[in-house]
Design a protein around this ligand. Structure first.
Ligand code: NDP
Length: 279
């Protein structure tokens, strides 16, 4: 019997997760069936129920993408600390007596930075742009890496303030790693070693009102959006920053989910190379 997995989303046709997990499975010799499932906007729980009840092999796990990460959070009967911190779940594991909810986005970003981009967050001045679901998901894992400082800048400053207050005292992180909030205007004259764009501005081609000072010499600029060149990437490149898009984070968060489900970590470099060669 082949173990079954799925990614739930709306839309979901564009999702690279089935391909990524098929490549991981081929690499590690796992026999899996991984489907993309389009759920109605109010039909996430029903869609998961149908997936669990379907024949074939046992349903073992699921990834969850926009707009269902909060639904998945509520559906989980047990959640990991990083899922609790994120307030969102992107990875479900189906066990006999429980649905375990986890969030692998932050771990995926940290692995991408440390292992693939040689950019250890420890001791760096980090600017996190955005205060939505993606920013929230990566905040705890970033803080636990003990950056020198972490500033959250958001178009709607009040949302950044709320997020910073919520994450104000993270057990295990250095006191200097408490996040400080600001609007974009408050970034004038500030400089950072790592600038992470967790806004969705790039999806609509909108340019962020960033002073060029934010990109310090040898800065790494990380754009979470992938599959396109965004105004943020152009802004950063023009200052000489090293620029990366979010495809590596996507592959790393998938590898983290694969590890949870299969107990083994797949190699990500060949999968990332395969995706880049066909994009
Ligand atoms: P949300 O809708 O939850 O949040 C959107 C954020 O972007 C808010 O902070 C919003 O600010 C800001 N924003 C939107 N448009 C603009 C603009 N024109 N100018 C300035 N700020 C803007 O989205 P998510 O947090 O879930 O996702 C953000 C991005 O991250 C998406 O593009 C998604 O594709 C990407 N992502 C990538 C992942 C990966 O693995 N690579 C994983 C997860 C997400 P405000 O509060 O003012 O509205």
């Amino acid at each position: 019997m082949t173990d079954r997995y799925a990614v739930f989303g709306n839309p979901v046709g564009h999702s690279l997760s089935p391909r990524i997990h098929a490549l991981f499975a081929a690499q590690t010799g796992q026999d899996i069936d991984y489907q993309a499932i389009l759920a109605a906007p109010d039909g996430f729980v029903a869609a998961v129920g149908a997936f669990l009840a379907a024949g074939g092999g046992p349903a073992r796990g699921a990834n969850v993408t926009v707009p269902f990460k909060e639904d998945a959070f509520r559906l989980a009967t047990r959640r990991t600390p990083r899922a609790e911190a994120a307030g969102a779940v992107n990875t479900l594991s189906f066990e006999a007596d429980a649905i375990i909810g986890d969030n692998t986005d932050g771990a995926g970003l940290v692995r991408e930075l440390k292992n693939n981009l040689d950019c250890d967050p420890a001791g760096r001045r980090i600017l996190l742009l955005g205060a939505g679901g993606a920013a929230r998901g990566v905040l705890l894992p970033l803080l636990l890496e003990n950056p020198a400082e972490l500033v959250i800048a958001n178009r709607t400053e009040a949302t950044a303030v709320r997020l910073a207050l919520e994450f104000g005292l993270v057990p295990g992180s250095a006191a200097g790693a408490r996040p400080t909030p600001t609007g974009f205007a408050g970034l004038a004259g500030r400089a950072f070693d790592l600038v992470i764009n967790a806004t969705s501005a790039g999806l609509s081609g909108a340019e962020l009102p960033l002073p060029i000072s934010v990109f310090a010499p040898r800065c790494v600029a990380y754009e979470m959006v992938y599959g396109r060149e965004t105004p943020f990437m152009n802004q950063a490149r023009a200052t000489g920053a090293r620029v990366a898009d979010g495809l590596g984070m996507l592959v790393e968060q998938a590898a983290e989910a694969f590890l949870i489900w299969h107990g083994m970590r797949p190699r990500t470099a060949p999968v990332l190379a395969a995706l880049r060669s066909t994009s």
